[in-house]
Ligand binder design. Structure first.
Ligand code: URP
Ligand code: ZN
Ligand code: ZN
Ligand code: ZN
Length: 481
């Protein structure tokens, strides 16, 4: 339990004056007072402060929480992720984010404890924003199921990710059920990567046999039916096990239909989508030469019809969270998207694209500015619901008395063309190059401290702190909020 915020006549450390505060519930003209890293006052005049930031003309938003970010994650021999915790969290801060939840990946044959220790070592002293870890379970041995997962949930890791595809990560249905059963007992939330392993292998074998080895075949090998089937299966297994699940990176219409079907059955199925499913399509993978490799991610971007379905889902409540699925590789690099094996076949192109810096501007511009979602939807989808679902609320995810002063000052009118140099990530490209957006983060503040301002890092790496998280027993539901 953290100490309560008490009324105090001590001056504030910081006052943010003249801005417009937006939360998942309201928009209000008020000042924000900060002391000891927390919000202690909201009002017309919050009194004297050691430092004042003039936020006239700006939105004062809860800092983005990106609950789906891969940093320094093991990708197999010879493949290197382009961001560690330093550059990845700089990029996050550049994009108005104050918390990321990354992944601790268990390698087969390894204990989960060892994986967690490994990822802590990667992050220690590196992060600019606060961070937590989901646990990727690839080897659910009796020891992992019986001892490690229950203990790790209690230690602040109350969310697992499981994969229904990828050679070195896929779980059988029985293994999924075993992990789901632990989640039920421990009140953990399971994030499911829903694409069918055998279906993809069947399609990829066929495409390769036909000599279709180019990046566009990545999308052709994973059509919507592959995601639809796995989404349905994940939902059915979760129903059998008696747990809610979170279907991550939902790409389009057919998977959405499964999720909405489950909801009509009264099941609790949460869903996440990502910027690539709003502004990219499978046609991007068909760009000339190896260029399409820049857009290879899973599930792949679809078509205009699916983009429209994703927008309906964002506006209509099908999706609780909008995350980046930041999974950065370099393009012009043997350890990245165009290594020798990747050039020989789409199957060897590392899956994933960078997006942690572009997530908020894309949703704000394409969503709020274009009138597809409200500002309150935006805050819920990018911050508040992440905090509620993943055990960080009310410390994170809103602008409220007692919450951490995690704030993005946002210029709603600034027009920006997204370019690689604005992303501050380790990839040598952005898949969103040239996209024009309206609305941009100007200052990012974590626990009352400005960490990124005017395009520059202004705090030291290592300022970002590890966040142990709480289980769903105490977790507020977005729907209830
Ligand atoms: O292509 C993707 N999404 N790579 C990241 C790993 C994952 O499945 O989330
Ligand atoms: Zn995934
Ligand atoms: Zn939900
Ligand atoms: Zn991912």
């Amino acid at each position: 339990m953290r100490p309560a915020v008490t009324g105090s006549s001590a001056p504030l450390d910081l006052a943010i004056r003249g801005g417009t505060v937006a939360t998942a519930a309201d928009t209000m003209r008020c000042d924000v007072g900060v002391r000891d890293g927390r919000i202690v006052a909201l009002g017309d005049d919050v009194g004297p402060a050691a430092r004042t930031i003039d936020a006239a003309g700006l939105l004062v938003l809860p800092g983005g929480i990106d609950s789906h970010v891969h940093l320094d994650q093991f990708q197999g021999e010879g493949i290197a992720m382009a961001d560690g915790f330093r550059s990845g969290t700089v990029s996050a801060a550049a994009g108005g984010n104050t918390t990321v939840i990354a992944f601790a990946l268990q390698r087969r044959g390894e204990s989960l404890r060892a994986a967690v220790a490994d990822y802590h070592a990667k992050a220690r002293g590196e992060a600019l924003v606060d961070y937590g870890f989901h646990l990727i379970v690839t080897d659910p041995t009796p020891g992992v199921l019986g001892q490690e997962l229950p203990a790790l949930v209690k230690d602040g890791y109350p969310s697992f990710k499981v994969f229904m595809t990828y050679d070195d990560m896929v779980l059988t249905d029985r293994q999924l059920l075993d992990v789901f059963d632990v989640a039920r007992r421990e009140n953990a939330l399971v994030m499911v990567h829903a694409e069918g392993f055998d279906s993809i292998r069947f399609m990829a074998d066929r495409l390769e046999a036909e000599g279709r080895t180019e990046p566009a075949s990545h999308a052709a090998s994973r059509p919507e039916v592959v995601e639809r089937e796995a989404t349905h299966r994940a939902i059915a297994l979760a129903e059998l096990a008696g747990i809610p699940i979170m279907v991550v990176h939902v790409s389009g219409r057919e998977a959405i239909e499964q999720i909405e079907w489950a909801r009509r059955r009264g099941l609790t199925v949460h869903a996440e989508t990502c910027p690539q499913y709003l502004v990219l399509t499978a046609a991007d993978l068909d760009r000339p030469g190896t260029e399409g490799a820049k857009f290879v991610c899973s599930p792949p971007p679809r078509d205009a019809e699916s983009q429209a379905a994703v927008w309906r889902g964002l506006a209509g409540g099908t999706f609780q969270t909008f995350s980046s699925d930041h999974c950065p590789f370099r393009y012009d690099d043997a350890a990245g998207k165009t290594g020798p094996k990747a050039r020989a076949s789409f199957r060897a192109v590392p899956n994933g694209i960078p997006g942690v810096a572009a997530r908020l501007p894309i949703l704000f511009s394409e969503g709020v500015v274009k009138g597809r979602i409200t500002l309150q939807d935006f805050v819920a989808l990018t911050a508040t619901n992440h905090a509620k679902l993943y055990g960080l609320y009310p410390r994170k995810g809103s602008i409220a008395i007692g919450a951490d002063a995690d704030i993005a000052l946002w210029d709603p009118e600034r027009r920006v063309t997204i370019t690689q140099d604005l992303m501050h990530h380790g990839s040598d490209y952005t898949p969103y190059e040239g996209l024009e957006v309206t609305g941009w983060p100007v200052t990012t503040m974590v626990r009352g401290r400005v960490v990124f301002d005017g395009g520059r890092v202004v705090a030291e790496a290592g300022y970002g702190a590890f966040l142990p998280r709480e289980t769903s027993g105490r977790r507020a539901s977005p729907e209830a909020g």
